[in-house]
Unconditional design. Structure first.
Length: 565
């Protein structure tokens, strides 16, 4: 008897082929059979009228800390993700000397917006080397499988100390040591090596990430180690300030390593067509036999602004700074005082130039329920203010303080230069892109993009009112087998007998993203934004149901996945 039979469902198998109706049986954590009228299972799910898909594979998360203290990788796992890849953007916590803990915490706090007190209290530091870190994760159980990458910033700090943190050039000895540690990590089961070259990535103390200007010789030495190991991909994030120079470097790294390279790709509002040039160069590289992919988001990169969140439009006004550290109820009471309101609205922005975007009223929108990630221009704060004969500041202020004071404002910062998602549709349709960049586990006080998996299905195959829609089978393939194959995971991502039983049962017609909410469930009572999606009837990992209708079953079959094992 099968341990689980999912009966009468519409199978969307992850290959991109047309859906079909069938039963699916699971035994010993694997798919045992797909067909009609299968024998009764020990447990059954009636999936009539529902979609049965592979579990989603998320190639870009930052659960590096959360996996050390929690057995749940929410909010990703609330949204159908059954495999997560962490260690992106060159940041992580291994390898690490004992005296460098604070330095890596400072870096992760700044780059990925995870508070220092949360990391200091939560991280057990029961590892030293990268293989030690993997071994620590292997001793734990999760609600999804976990895969990891070797982070360049941690390598640099481990090998070079303060010289590495201060971005000094690596010596030949430094380079060889980093290459050796990369090989060690890959042989222990890492799925790749990650690095960051963006000026946006700064430690909490204001210093740029140690890898931002790493020389080509350093990266090439590591690339040669990956070539010799014959394992892993290179994951890179860059500003592309000099597009030709950067993409040229990445092509050389792909050639020298003989390994895949994957690059974050977003539409920058200051250069709205720059991504097309990069995508063209990526396509050329693939035509020449190199393997380079662009990781894209299926919606804008956005910042959520609110009084309970890390940012709001008034944090850089003098009067707000005076009350910023008050407990939320006291702060809200002060903000509701008419005299205080008048004072703060009369003040001007007093902060760093880059933070000025939080007063872009023409690009800021009320964040409604259900959330709208492709709002119209007429719903912006500026447009509403013009209709009401008020200043945008007044409109934003009053929206934030009304009700329980937990309203949010939505500020798209990439992929929205034209005020719509037409450019994202182009990215999604491009042949050498991967759907990712959900950043699960990071930016906990300003965004929650881990629901981009759910959004890909709901918005791009069903709900978008302007432009053509994509087929459901295509979207499922993008979230499952495309990502699994690119990572080198060949035991999942498709529903086939013999493959791993990672499965979602979706009430597709009723899938709906909920409004994000703030919870205080991190170590030290730290807060984070989380978001659920209605319509996940069941999520199955290794044949065990981990979630039913969004609620945990208590099962934790997820394990560390080691590359090449």
């Amino acid at each position: 008897m099968s341990s689980l039979v999912i009966r009468n469902g519409t199978i969307v198998d992850g290959s991109g082929d047309d859906p079909y109706e069938a039963d699916l049986a699971v035994e010993n954590g694997r798919i045992a059979a797909i067909g009609k009228n299968l024998s009764k299972g020990a447990e059954e799910i009636d999936a009539r009228g529902k979609l049965v898909t592979p579990g989603f594979v998320d190639v870009h998360t930052h659960y590096d800390a959360q996996v050390t203290w929690s057995d749940r990788l929410s909010p990703s796992t609330w949204n159908g993700v059954t495999t997560v890849l962490l260690g992106n953007c060159g940041v992580g916590f291994a390898p690490c000397h004992a005296h460098q803990h604070d330095l890596l915490i400072n870096l992760m706090e700044g780059v990925e917006d995870i508070p220092e007190v949360v990391l200091s209290e939560g991280l057990p530091w029961n590892w030293h080397s990268f293989p030690d870190y993997l071994d620590a994760l292997a001793r734990r159980s999760y609600d999804a499988d976990v895969a990891a990458q070797v982070p360049h910033a941690a390598l640099r700090v481990y090998v070079m100390g303060e010289r590495g943190a201060n971005r000094e050039p690596a010596t030949e000895r430094d380079r060889q040591h980093m290459a050796q540690l990369t090989t060690e990590g890959l042989k222990a089961g890492a799925f790749g090596f990650s690095t960051s070259r963006t000026l946006n990535h700064k430690a909490a103390d204001g210093r740029h990430i140690p890898t931002v200007r790493a020389e080509e010789a350093e990266l090439t030495t590591i690339a040669h180690a990956m070539r010799d190991a014959g394992m892993g991909w290179l994951q890179i994030v860059s500003d592309f300030e000099d597009q030709e120079e950067e993409i040229g470097l990445f092509r050389r790294l792909a050639r020298e390593s003989r390994r895949p390279v994957t690059i974050s790709l977003l539409q920058q509002h200051g250069q709205p067509d720059g991504w097309r040039t990069l995508m063209g160069r990526i396509d050329e590289a693939n035509a020449e036999g190199l393997r380079i992919t662009a990781q894209i988001r299926s919606r804008p990169t956005s910042v959520l602004l609110g009084l309970e969140l890390s940012q709001n439009p008034f944090i850089h006004r003098p009067s707000y700074k005076q009350i910023a550290r008050l407990p939320f109820p006291e702060r809200l009471a002060r903000l509701r005082d008419p005299v205080f309101r008048a004072r703060i609205l009369a003040e001007s922005f007093d902060g760093p130039a880059r933070a000025r975007r939080i007063e872009r009223w023409d690009r800021m929108y009320p964040f409604v329920d259900p959330p709208e990630y492709e709002p119209k221009a007429e719903s912006s704060i500026a447009a509403r203010a013009a209709r009401e004969g008020r200043s945008p500041e007044e409109v934003a202020y009053d929206l934030l303080v009304e009700g329980d004071g937990r309203n949010m404002l939505y500020l798209p910062v990439t992929n929205y230069a034209s005020g719509n998602l037409d450019v994202v549709a182009e990215m999604l349709a491009a042949p050498n892109t991967l759907v990712g960049l959900g950043d699960g586990g990071a930016h906990v006080g300003i965004m929650c993009d881990a629901t981009a998996t759910s959004y890909t299905l709901t918005h791009w195959t069903r709900d978008r009112s302007s432009g053509s829609l994509f087929p459901v089978a295509w979207a499922v393939k993008r979230l499952t087998s495309d990502n699994a194959r690119e990572m080198g995971l060949h035991d999942r991502g498709v529903l086939r007998p013999g493959l791993k039983a990672d499965i979602n049962v979706l009430d597709y017609d009723n899938m709906r993203l909920r409004r994000p909410e703030v919870v205080y469930d991190l170590p030290a009572g730290g807060k984070r934004l989380v978001q659920r999606t209605e319509g996940f009837d069941a999520t199955v990992v290794s044949g065990e149901i981990v979630y039913r209708h969004g609620e945990t079953t208590g099962a934790l079959p997820g394990r560390l996945v080691r590359a090449g094992r």
